[in-house]
Design a protein around this ligand. Structure first.
Ligand code: COA
Length: 257
């Protein structure tokens, strides 16, 4: 199968999925999301892969968010579908029955932070930066970020990050439990592979049971609520202003409307 924006590599029994739009800081447009989904379906059926590593191409970004050029055009109805689509793909990853390790090699913002949070383990390089900057665009997170960040980092930190839109560095991400480990930039992939190999040396069937036992069973109501509120944002003038300001490379002037 031909993929444009996602590369699947292999190292022994570790599958390495690389998001590959470095000129756009690996921003997730719909095509990339669709390819990511298809690659995870392929990995599901590939018994030679026991553990998956997810990372970004280039030195700058894991994923700098959902693609703002696509968000900017959404109507309320489309926005709800857009959010549900991303949530479903990320839930497939969260509920995957092979361990998924995010190797965060730079910016993990918006949908990028949400994608990392859907993975089972997060390893970050020293130059990783995490954030939910949607508020600066006149929206809220829509790919499960309001739900998973609260779960992983606690309500206070989740609210602080979502309301200020500020980024945190790798050390702070470690301190708040958002990442499992921080490595020097050049050692990130090796560290992720070593962790993957250690897990892959265990029994695959027992790993499945462990993943299932830690799985959160019911998120439907919270996710639907997030999608509904994400979509509501698109009816405001501040949403148009925030997303347009980013695309026009200027600071947004919110009107509170
Ligand atoms: N969607 C679409 N395009 C994006 C993007 C996104 N989320 N993030 C970055 N890009 C694009 C930029 O528009 C730019 O494209 P161009 O070269 O065609 O102008 C390119 O990627 C490089 O980004 P740039 O902003 O020039 O890099 P920088 O080093 O100055 O800044 C960031 C890096 C991450 C701080 C900045 O790109 C940013 O704030 N991105 C958006 C983050 C965000 O709000 N994410 C949540 C989205 S819901």
């Amino acid at each position: 199968m031909e993929f444009e924006n996602v590369i699947l590599g292999k190292e022994g029994n570790i599958g390495i999925v690389k998001l590959n739009r470095p000129d756009k800081l690996n921003a997730l447009n719909l095509r990339t999301l669709d390819e990511l989904n298809k690659i995870f379906k392929m990995i599901e059926e590939d018994s030679s892969i026991m553990v998956v590593i997810l990372t970004g191409a280039g030195d700058k970004a894991f994923v700098a968010g959902a693609d703002i050029t696509e968000i900017n055009k959404l109507s309320r109805q489309e926005a709800e579908k857009f959010s549900r689509n991303g949530q479903e793909i990320f839930s497939r990853i969260e509920n995957f029955d092979k361990p998924v390790i995010a190797a965060v090699n730079g910016y993990a913002l918006g949908g990028g932070c949400e994608l990392a949070m859907a993975c089972h383990i997060r390893i970050a390089s020293e130059n990783a930066r995490f954030g939910q900057p949607e508020i600066n665009l006149g929206i809220i997170p829509g790919y499960g970020g309001t739900v998973r960040l609260r779960e992983i980092a606690g309500k206070s930190k989740a609210l602080e990050m979502i309301l200020t839109g500020d980024m945190i560095d790798a050390d702070e991400a470690y301190r708040i439990g958002l990442v499992n480990k921080v490595t020097p930039h050049g050692e990130l992939l090796d560290t992720a592979i070593k962790t993957g190999e250690k897990i892959a040396s265990k029994s695959g069937v027992i790993i499945k049971y462990a993943l299932e036992s830690l799985r959160v069973k019911e998120r439907r109501e919270e996710m639907e609520n997030e999608s509904r509120l994400f979509a509501l944002c698109t009816e405001t003038e501040d949403f148009k202003e925030g997303t347009s300001a980013f695309l026009e490379k200027r600071k947004a002037q919110f009107m509170n409307k």
